[in-house]
Ligand binder design. Sequence first.
Ligand SMILES: NC(=O)c1ccc[n+]([C@@H]2O[C@H](COP(=O)([O-])OP(=O)(O)OC[C@H]3O[C@@H](n4cnc5c(N)ncnc54)[C@H](O)[C@@H]3O)[C@@H](O)[C@H]2O)c1
Length: 118
Amino acid sequence: MRLQNKTAIITGAGQGIGKATALLFAREGANVVVVDINETAALQVASELVKQGGKAVGVKTNVAVLAEAETAVNKAIQTFGAVHILINNAGITRDATLAKMTEEQFDQVVSVNLRGVF
Ligand SMILES: NC(=O)c1ccc[n+]([C@@H]2O[C@H](COP(=O)([O-])OP(=O)(O)OC[C@H]3O[C@@H](n4cnc5c(N)ncnc54)[C@H](O)[C@@H]3O)[C@@H](O)[C@H]2O)c1
């Protein structure tokens, strides 16, 4: 177990790469904070980790909203005492050629993929 007594916040951990990372980190002994904009998915993944003997909490968070990100960090500290690892995995694509991409799509991608990391 390489991550015992470490707490990891993993964003976008409700599915896909983030979920796979959460499962692996829990197996390595980490306390996992499962952050996702999809509350059902965040809670389900956290519950799955706990059922497998891990330590986890799910938090509904839109990473593009600073106040929500702060709430997730506070929840991590309240639950596990500290944060050691942050995986900025949450991201979206709105694939389109420049000529077809709308300003709204561009803003959505920047707000999640750039602002969310900030
Ligand atoms: N899958 C690939 O081939 C690939 C390739 C290169 C990069 N990536 C990047 O890796 C990351 C994960 O990819 P994936 O395929 O697992 O994606 P995915 O779409 O399967 O999962 C992304 C997760 O992020 C969550 N999410 C989206 N917006 C959010 C927000 N604002 N706040 C919090 N959570 C949010 C979604 O609800 C979802 O659970 C993404 O950033 C993606 O762009 C993926």
